[in-house]
Design a protein around this ligand. Structure first.
Ligand code: NAD
Length: 499
């Protein structure tokens, strides 16, 4: 019988009572692996009330004690990373080494969050005038919501949640309905690490649950990661309800290959960044931009056989390069976009459609696909495909490449491959993109730096993790204080200055 999953609220698994459920699938076989309850508005209200009560005590807990819980969580996650990876892979479909990489990036944020006593230090000025000391402190917000996508079911809840709880908030994670089991495991592990009940909650659902969070008066902040059309809605709806919102969204990441680049290095980088995790990464490279015809010719000659050689497999096939896509709809969408590229005149060098795997005939596999001669007005260039499809465009000059990148609606990540420091410096100055790699194809910043894109890849002005996350998950109070011995006799009606 198919297992029915639960929410994890107030320190325990809670069965859904909305009567609404969705199916969770194994992407390699197309079979239903579990049923997932979708929370109603009333269930969200109850979860927020539980989290609010927990946030009051947790926010008042000494900061080093909060750090000690985060340290313990690190130990648990290190010890159980295989188990966590397998839960993640079975629902997402990604390969185990890829899942372990994601888990490590989540651990990096936990390690950063454990430094919270240092990170949350305020500001202090002694005697700014008239015996007054002036200082600023950062306080928790209360209950914060985290709405997360399917493609990093462990890393992204930790990106926001570890920082939120380090700052003294309670966290309510609404993970993707495609990959719910690993987020549930995280909630259990936090409890085991000593986090008080109700501080980390996982509640499942769809638009109804998200809207209930967006409209709830006791949820002052929402952090979102997902597609641009949903993120834009969440940002606007959350702001309309006076919330602080940050939304990290879709992408179309270019990689420029200058004529002087080491072509073997560039090709390997494109294979890893374009086809790793079946292209289902917001930092995947989906457009290769060799500068000039000759560079383009050399690139396509070397790239084509490598893409043809990529193998398909389920998560537990150690030798597989490309895992299945997340849903049947995702597979159909990617295949129809490939057809659109052909219809619009792009040169299909490698066609990954119709890929099947013995024993996994109903899996959502699409093979590595490569287009050459792609133009800026084609749908495959304008749209985020989110599949193993790489487009090659060859502008005639470097300036044309920069203009093209800046004209695209997305600005999440970008890379340049070159040996020329001047070119690299010029590129990092001129591109309007949030995260830039110089000979680094997936420039995801480490936890102690900020993560975030530009243009329609991000809504809101704060970044993920790094020092910016402390700003996002706290409110500042500024206090002017003096003792009676510093007060002069008599009153003053003029506006106070420090004369
Ligand atoms: P998605 O937007 O479909 O879902 C994200 C979350 O929003 C899920 O929890 C989902 O349940 C919820 N949601 C979906 N539709 C909704 C609606 N109509 N109203 C309210 N909530 C809704 O995204 P996805 O398919 O899970 O993830 C893939 C997308 O996420 C890609 O576009 C990718 O680029 C993006 N992404 C961005 C980053 C980044 O940091 N910029 C990182 C990872 C993924």
């Amino acid at each position: 019988m198919t297992e029915t999953l639960k929410h994890f609220i107030g320190g325990r698994p809670v069965a859904g009572d909305s009567g609404r459920f969705g199916d969770v699938f194994n992407p390699a076989t197309g079979e239903v692996s579990a049923k997932l309850p979708y929370a109603s508005t009333e269930e969200i209200d109850r979860a927020v009330a539980t989290a609010k009560a927990a946030s009051e005590k947790w926010g008042a807990t000494a900061v080093p004690k909060r750090a000690a819980v985060i340290f313990k969580m690190r130990e648990l996650m290190v010890a159980r990373r295989d188990e966590l990876a397998e839960a993640l892979c079975k629902e997402h479909g990604k390969t185990k080494p890829d899942a372990l990489g994601e888990i490590q990036r989540g651990l990096d944020v936990i390690e950063f969050a454990a430094g919270i006593p240092h990170l949350i230090k305020g500001e202090f000025n002694s005697n700014i005038g008239g015996g007054i000391d002036l200082y600023s402190i950062r306080e928790p917000l209360g209950v914060v919501g985290g709405i997360t996508p399917f493609n990093f079911p462990v890393m992204i809840p930790l990106w926001m949640g570890a920082m939120a709880i380090a700052c003294g908030n309670a966290y309510l994670n609404k993970p993707s309905e495609r990959c719910p089991s690993a987020p549930n495991m995280l909630a259990e592990m936090w409890l085991e690490a000593g986090l008080p009940e109700g501080v980390w909650n996982t509640i499942h659902g769809d638009k109804e649950a998200v809207d209930a969070l967006l409209h709830h008066p006791d949820v002052p902040a929402i952090s979102f990661v997902g597609s641009t059309h949903v993120g834009e809605y969440i940002y606007n709806e959350g702001c309309r309800h006076n919330k602080r919102v940050q939304a990290f969204c879709g992408a179309k990441n270019h990689m420029v290959i200058m004529p002087d680049a080491d072509m073997d290095q560039a090709v390997d980088a494109l294979v890893g960044a374009g086809y790793g995790s079946a292209g289902e990464r917001c930092m995947a490279i989906s457009v290769a931009v060799p500068v000039g015809e000759e560079t383009s010719k050399r690139l396509v000659e070397k790239l084509t056989p490598k893409v043809q050689g990529l193998t398909l497999g389920p998560w537990n096939d150690e030798s597989a390069d490309i895992n299945p896509l997340i849903t049947r709809q995702a597979k159909e969408r990617v295949e129809s976009l490939i057809q659109r590229g052909v219809d619009e005149g792009a040169d299909l060098k490698v066609d990954g459609r119709g890929a099947t795997l013995q024993g996994y005939e109903n899996g959502y596999f699409v093979g590595g696909t490569l287009f050459d001669q792609v133009k800026t007005d084609m749908e495959i260039y304008k749209t985020e495909i989110f599949g193993p499809v790489l487009s090659v465009m060859a502008p005639s000059s470097y300036d044309e490449a920069v203009d093209m990148i800046n004209a695209h609606e997305y600005g999440n990540g970008v890379a340049i491959f070159t040996r020329d420091g001047d070119a690299a410096r010029n590129f990092t100055d001129r591109v309007d993109v949030g995260m830039i790699g110089v000979n680094v194809p997936i420039p995801v910043p480490m936890a102690f730096h900020n993560f975030g894109g530009a243009k329609r890849s991000k809504f809101g002005d704060t970044q993920m993790h790094g020092p910016e996350s402390i700003r996002f998950f706290t409110k500042m109070k500024t206090i002017s204080s003096r003792w009676p011995s510093g007060i002069k006799d008599g009153y003053q009606l003029a506006f106070p200055t420090n004369d």
